[in-house]
Design a protein around this ligand. Structure first.
Ligand SMILES: [Zn+2]
Ligand SMILES: [Zn+2]
Length: 449
């Protein structure tokens, strides 16, 4: 049986490997479903450690399974590979504007550290079951248009990397999952009760182009319709209950082509975020009514594409309790905080938590504003090395003693969907591609949202 000290040492031995991975991936930021260099780098490092990998192939990412030699549950540990777009960041990639302003590079480094430690002699002693390590693409829900082209080309079916991996069966046989997300602040480790889910919207207002000076009366201004749509959404805000944590934040990604032409083709993207799937669905209906009603008000039309984004994250209570113990072994108690708060961002870890016990705690070490132009990994010791140590200790707590702790997590699991299949059926029902205003010949107008 391993002592915690031995476990911590097994990670400590690979400090250099971990820290250089953090630096390499920071210097090679890539956007979701384009993380080819990151994936190749990690694949090489995993293979050097002696792992056989299952690679996703047509998208970046891979996983490997480690058997302890004794039957028991399978625990999945993940790291996200994708970066964000933040061209203002001084270290952003000049061509793509990509930068790791969410610290996923540190997650990958920690995962590599766990992989290296698990190869150390004796680290698997006393464990039952198996461990799946997975480098997953595309957590940030951005470049929706690009992901839609991948979807239409049949390369992916879902925008989120974890959802796609789940759909592909890469998590079949997994009983529970965890990942530690990088964060800023003074704390080394923290966690909340959960976080919002969302629907992703692509909204295309259609008008009629005309000479903006010579013949505006012949046009229908899609940009004005979109502006009205945004105002109508704003007028709905006081109907959102505080406790539902609703967030609707549209942007216009195409507002017109030439200043002397009445805009006929205007594109908006938005999320509708909230704490519960049913509430998100209800609010999204209101938003679609606002978008279609405003289009109709000036004779325009609007094509609404809705895709299920991410499920609300519900951190598994038992798993989080064990994680908190692991955090307190690795960091001083004053540097650990597990609270009943709610986060209003979204992650596709929420989707994993909808089908199996899962947790998504935070590990410190970052500085600056998350997703902002001054974000960086200020303390890689915490963000990467301590993170790997904590995750390894957590794994041990779950799978030692005939995996009794993991078995308790499974026995008392309280997940939203009874099966992965039921989950996919439910989220597929959110899919919408529809023109929302029907102009009838008799002059009546139907809003079909
Ligand atoms: Zn992020
Ligand atoms: Zn992130």
């Amino acid at each position: 049986m391993q002592t915690y000290e031995n476990l911590l040492n097994s990670v400590e031995k690979h400090r250099k490997l971990i820290l250089s991975a953090e630096k390499y991936i920071w210097k090679h930021p890539e956007l979701g479903y384009k993380e080819w260099k990151t994936s190749a780098y990690l694949e090489r490092e995993f293979e050097k450690l002696g792992y056989t990998l299952t690679k996703a192939g047509n998208i970046p990412g891979f996983y490997t399974t480690i058997q302890t030699g004794r039957p028991g549950p399978c625990v999945l540990i993940m790291a996200e590979m994708d970066s964000l777009i933040c061209p203002d960041h001084p270290e952003a990639d000049r061509k793509t504007g990509a930068v790791h302003a969410c610290g996923h590079n540190a997650q990958c480094a920690a995962l590599l550290g766990i992989a290296a430690a698990l190869k150390e002699e004796g680290v698997l002693d006393g464990l039952s079951g198996s461990v799946r390590l997975c480098a997953v693409p595309a957590e940030e829900l951005i470049e929706i248009g690009y992901r839609e082209t991948l979807r239409q080309a049949g390369i992916i079916r879902y925008y989120g990397g974890k959802v796609e991996f789940l759909y592909r069966g890469y998590f079949d046989g997994v009983d529970m999952a965890f990942m530690f997300h990088t964060s800023g602040g003074e704390l080394h480790f923290s966690a909340t009760k959960g976080s919002n889910g969302c629907i992703v919207k692509n909204v295309n207002y259609k008008g009629v182009a005309a000479h903006a000076g010579g013949a505006p009366h012949k046009g229908i201004n899609a940009l004005y319709a979109a502006n009205l749509g945004m105002q109508a959404i704003n007028a709905l805000r006081e109907t959102f209950r505080d406790s539902d944590h609703i967030r609707v934040h549209p942007i216009i990604t195409k507002g017109g082509t030439s200043v002397n032409v009445i805009p006929s083709d205007v594109v908006m993207e938005s999320y509708v975020r909230g704490a519960d799937i049913n509430i998100i669905y209800e609010v999204n209906k209101k938003v679609n009514r606002a978008l279609s009603g405003t289009a109709a008000s000036i004779g325009a039309n609007v094509f609404i594409s809705d895709r299920y984004g991410y499920s609300p994250l519900i951190n598994d209570k038992n798993l989080l309790e064990i994680a908190e113990k692991a955090m307190r072994i690795v960091a001083a108690p004053e540097n650990v905080s597990v609270k009943d708060d709610w986060s209003t961002g979204c992650t596709d870890m929420g989707d994993i938590s909808a089908v199996m016990p899962a947790i998504h705690p935070y590990v410190g070490g970052a500085a600056g504003i998350s997703h902002g132009s001054n974000y960086y990994i200020a303390d890689p010791e915490i963000a990467c090395v301590e993170s790997a140590k904590c995750q390894l200790v957590l794994l041990h707590m779950l799978l030692s003693d005939d995996a009794s702790a993991a078995k308790k997590v499974i026995d008392e699991r309280a997940v939203r969907f009874p099966s992965v299949r039921a989950y996919f059926e439910a989220i597929d029902a959110f899919f919408r591609d529809k023109e929302a205003v029907v102009y009838k010949e008799d002059g009546t107008i139907i809003l079909d949202y």
